[in-house]
Design a protein around this ligand. Structure first.
Ligand code: FNR
Length: 409
């Protein structure tokens, strides 16, 4: 390459890197630079879901499609977002031990989870307000989950109700709980989920101490658009509606909770519902043991995708101690930072029963709606199947602790 061509190539590379940086909106670059950086990145963007090579291809399109506040809400971690990076970094701590000369022509990725058979160990984590990512929000996700046969968990702050989402999914979905400040209101939601046939309640406990989503705050300030224009032609009120909350009937005699939930609250939930109860946000052996002691039916090892506290501890590194804590008594699901089939394989090898994804399917949704979500699920499933064959494992049960080794420092 001539010197001038090399220089032009390096400049393009630099602009692409710049455009891909989450810091781009925070940098006070001259307008011309921003436009050139965006153009360099756009030339790399996929225009069809089927052109995606991996799930990150959807991230770039989602970033272009979403207004800064919506992007910021989704991309944000806590403080300086370091736990988001730690979640990814954690996977590099584990290497795979591949086995050879095993017939891997037939694969079965099904698992048993709380009495149900699932075709895949990959499930869709609860994510609030999905109409901020696509006008069809949770309904598009439910259709994709149905087409690709994945378990879906609906958030308390979703833009569709448990009845609507379950109908679209073709079977009752799981429901995630953010408790209300009055037991009567919480109870109404639990009963509604139960009446809709929901088999499991996921109580999220990793935001009880609050959080500091700085990237979100920063990008929100940069968003000069009117929310009502984002999802045209649907009316603003409908976009923002969170039916599971909006439909609650204020109690005649309010009785505000005293303090934040503790293990007593878990007992109260357990005593109130007929559904299975899972806790989402467990990251230590001690809490895993306490959860089992309190009759919990399953756990999510999760740091909310790096959105809760800035612990700098990846969830994949928490899996071994939580698995040791439950000692096979209840299933352990893990999420936060899973982007590759190899990530999923590592979690299963370390003893997780299933793996949840959040942002990857939200990227798919933001980029191409239902088709985007379907393609993300397809890619993750395909990658998982590939590594299963490479490791000589034809069923999920055959994925063992011996298939991973901790990298020496
Ligand atoms: C979430 N998450 C989440 N969790 C929950 O229990 N209730 C909720 O309403 C939400 N909302 C939500 C919104 C957005 C935009 C994101 C990105 C995440 C957390 C989610 O369930 C899951 O734990 C993480 O998304 C998993 O990490 P990754 O896959 O996003 O890295």
């Amino acid at each position: 390459m001539s010197t001038s061509k090399t220089r032009a190539h390096s400049r393009r590379q630099f602009l692409r890197l710049l455009a891909a940086s989450p810091l781009l909106p925070q940098l006070d670059l001259p307008a011309g630079w921003m436009i050139r950086a965006q153009a360099a990145q756009d030339s790399e963007l996929i225009t069809l879901a089927k052109d995606a090579i991996n799930v990150f291809d959807f991230e770039a399109v989602a970033r272009r499609n979403l207004p800064p506040a919506h992007w910021g809400y989704m991309a944000s971690g806590s403080d300086d977002d370091a736990t988001i990076a730690a979640n990814r970094e954690g996977f590099t701590r584990y290497q795979l031990r591949m086995r050879r000369l095993i017939d891997v022509s037939r694969l079965d990725t099904s698992i048993q989870l709380l009495g149900a058979k699932l075709d895949s160990p990959i499930l869709l984590c609860p994510v609030g307000g999905q109409r901020m990512f696509h006008r069809d929000g949770e309904m598009a996700v439910a259709r994709a989950a149905r087409a690709k046969k994945h378990l879906q968990v609906l958030s308390t702050v979703g833009n569709a109700s448990i009845e609507e989402v379950s109908k679209e999914r073709g079977e009752p979905v799981w429901f995630q709980l953010y408790q209300r400040n009055d037991w009567d209101l919480t109870r109404q939601m639990l009963k509604r989920a139960e009446a809709a046939g929901c088999p499991a309640l996921v109580f999220t406990i990793d935001l009880l101490g609050g959080r500091n989503p700085e990237t979100y705050q920063r990008l929100m300030r940069r968003d000069t658009r009117q929310c009502g224009t984002c999802h045209d032609p649907a009316p603003l009120l409908d976009n923002r509606r969170r039916p599971m909350l909006a439909d609650l009937i204020p109690p005649a005699t309010p009785s505000p909770e005293v303090g934040t939930p503790t293990w007593d609250y878990v007992k109260r939930l357990k005593d109130t519902i007929g559904m299975k109860l899972l806790l989402k946000g467990i990251v230590t052996r001690e809490d895993a043991e306490l959860a089992v002691k309190h009759g919990v039916d399953g756990l999510f090892v999760s740091n909310h995708g790096g959105r809760a506290e800035n612990s700098l501890r990846s969830t994949i590194e928490c899996v071994p101690e939580v698995v040791a804590g439950v000692a096979g008594r209840v299933p352990v699901i893990v999420d936060s930072g899973f982007r590759r089939g190899t990530d999923i394989f590592k979690a299963l090898a370390l003893g997780a029963t299933a793996v949840g994804v959040g942002r990857p399917y939200v990227w798919g949704l933001s980029a191409f709606g239902q088709e985007g979500v379907e393609t993300v699920l397809e890619i993750l499933q395909r990658e998982l199947q590939l590594v299963m064959r490479q490791a000589g494992t034809t069923t999920i049960k055959q994925i063992l602790r011996a298939h991973v080794v901790e990298r020496r420092a």
